[in-house]
Write a protein that binds this ligand. Sequence first.
Ligand code: SAH
Length: 253
Amino acid sequence: MNKELHPVSLVGAGPGDPELLTVRALKRIEAADVVLADDLIDARVLALVKGRLLRVGKRGGCISTDQGFIHALMLREARAGHRVVRLKGGDPFVFGRGGEEVTALRAAGLEVEVVSGLTSGIAGVAAVGIPVTDRRASPGVVLVTGHPGEGCAEPDWALLARCGLTLVVYMGVARCAHIVQQLQAAGLPAQTPAAVVHAAHTEHQRHAVGTLAELPELALRLGSPALLVIGAVAALADAVALAAPVRALALRG
Ligand code: SAH
């Protein structure tokens, strides 16, 4: 009987613009009987859904859908023989609880397919001309959460301050002042280049570039969803971003 069931697809929707979906993601979205979509999925991507669309967002600080309920819903739909897509912003395995969902679905005896997407911390940052690594400026990059949440340890900011790599902080706007204070206390210079990229690859995209010391103010000004970029590569950001449409904030304007 299990043979007739379709694998559940965990699909990365990319950072915004539907042109950044993978070909496989597009195929799965279009073929789905039911799509369970997170917050932060661009309306233009949601418009591609032909089956039932269920919004099961979990935005930080707001009323959110219980993770157990999402698992149960996916199981019910998959066991009914439906093609189920679990649609997540960016890449499903980067701060998207994709790993937990795979574990839960497999424990329940279902097959799961993961369709990777462009993660905002790389493609979203590139939208404003920042390469996360660059031979001239940074030999590597750390993708880190600014909002560890329950069951997840606070990143070791003192260690990260000394690692010499680009730091790309997801979910970092609300705790930006704390993060900057920790990094500076561990010796990262106040003049280190830093940038905030808000709503990359969407029609609301904006970014600002400055220094580590200025980052909390810039982050507050642009607001969530945004990525914080800390390190020499941030200075490579375009005054006007590469991806259109764009409203770039003037430097320290
Ligand atoms: N799985 C996603 C990340 C989910 S966590 C990915 O791979 O991109 C949610 C956080 O991602 C947001 O708080 C923000 O920091 C970041 N984010 C997601 N989409 C974004 C976008 N279009 N522009 C800027 N930041 C984004």
